[in-house]
Design a protein around this ligand. Structure first.
Ligand code: GLN
Length: 288
């Protein structure tokens, strides 16, 4: 109770420091940065308005909002879910619990696929999640193009549609288990499917393990289940010279390349991320 009263009157700067201590104690490495971001979010501060108000107590509703967000973060909920946004390729995508948070690593796949875009290209992005891959290709590629994103999760589809509207992109999204509801032929297929082996999930960071959707992570006992359906069905949905590009886990390059080879793909290439780990596999549809 005493502590509560003390917090009521603490200036913003001191409360921010206290929040950082709580986060540090919860095992969060970037405790200072996170406390700052949560404070700015709760109070609507930018750098200038924070400096102006740093020595004053926060208004009661703001203080309560901030401490509630700190409590969520201390429970290891990802910062991006709490503030409702995540950066990807220079844009802020809307995210919320139930949809995978865009990863910096996934920019590798986007970069790799951009040179394949061309005006009129039809892009199919499977397991689209927040829509970050599809929408970035449509926004950054050599368009205009036609984009379709699929996901099993209605939450993800809602978020992806919201992001399309946010960036003024015309794309369609449909509920589909890989190709089950997909018709037609595409020039580019992309996906960041669930690829983590089930037995590895328990060892992931609590942010991922306890808060991100299992559906977006779990690739079954060998991590390969969704790759099998994506690659196995790809030729039927790719145009003559169509290209497929898939994000992979650091140890999946060989298995995914072998699956593509077995399905008749050619020019199979592995691309590394900035840390030098294999992160994407691409291939071209073979002749029919
Ligand atoms: N790269 C994600 C992670 O390791 C996994 C995403 C996925 O399975 N596609 O958290």
């Amino acid at each position: 109770m005493e502590q509560r009263e003390r917090r009521d009157t603490l200036p913003a700067r001191a409360l921010r420091r206290e929040a950082a201590c709580l986060l540090k104690a919860a095992g969060i490495e970037e405790a200072d940065a996170d406390a700052g971001q949560l404070l700015f979010h709760a109070a609507g501060f930018d750098a200038a308005s924070y400096l102006l108000h740093a020595e004053e107590p926060l208004p009661e509703p703001v203080r309560r909002r901030f401490m509630e967000s700190v409590r969520r973060r201390a429970d290891r909920e990802p910062l991006q879910y709490i503030i409702g946004e995540a950066p990807f390729y220079g844009r802020l995508f809307v995210v919320r619990p139930g949809v995978l948070i865009p990863r910096f690593d996934t920019e590798t796949l986007v970069e790799r696929m951009l040179p394949y875009t061309f005006p009129g290209a039809r892009i199919l992005d499977l397991c689209t999640g927040s829509g970050c891959i599809l929408l970035t290709l449509l926004l950054e590629g050599n368009g205009p193009m036609k984009g379709t994103g699929t996901d099993l999760s209605d939450t993800a589809l809602g978020v992806a549609r919201g992001n399309a509207a946010r960036f003024g992109v015309d794309a369609s999204f449909l509920r589909s288990d890989v190709y089950t509801n997909v018709s037609g032929v595409y020039d580019i297929i992309t996906a960041n499917p669930p690829y983590i082996r089930t037995d590895v999930i328990a060892s992931l960071d609590p942010e991922v393990r306890d808060h991100e959707p299992r559906l977006a992570l779990d690739g079954d006992a060998d991590g390969m289940r969704v790759y099998r359906s994506i690659i196995g069905g790809a030729s039927a949905h790719l145009s003559e010279n169509g290209v497929i590009g898939l994000e992979i886990g650091f140890d999946q390059a060989e298995e995914v390349s072998a699956l593509m080879e077995a399905s008749g793909f050619r020019k199979i290439e592995v691309t590394e991320d900035l840390a030098g780990r294999p992160r994407a596999v691409t291939g071209r549809r073979g002749g029919s």
